[in-house]
Write a new protein. Structure first.
Length: 63
């Protein structure tokens, strides 16, 4: 399950959570809300098919 995060991030800060390295969560943003997608690391991690979404605002990509 994806979990919404209540912390506010800049796009630069969100980018730092795009790879899941150093036990950091993998985050994505959609419509101004940030979600922890770490449970789907096989999809959003470095070698996953959706790795390009990790650490980014994907609102337009999914819209």
């Amino acid at each position: 399950h994806d979990h919404e995060i209540s912390t506010t991030y800049t796009l630069g800060e969100l980018w730092e959570f795009g790879n899941g390295i150093d036990d950091n969560p993998i985050l994505i943003a959609v419509l101004g809300r940030v979600y922890d997608v770490s449970a789907g690391e096989r999809f959003y991690g470095e070698t996953g098919p959706y790795h390009v979404f990790a650490g980014r605002d994907v609102t337009y990509a999914l819209g």
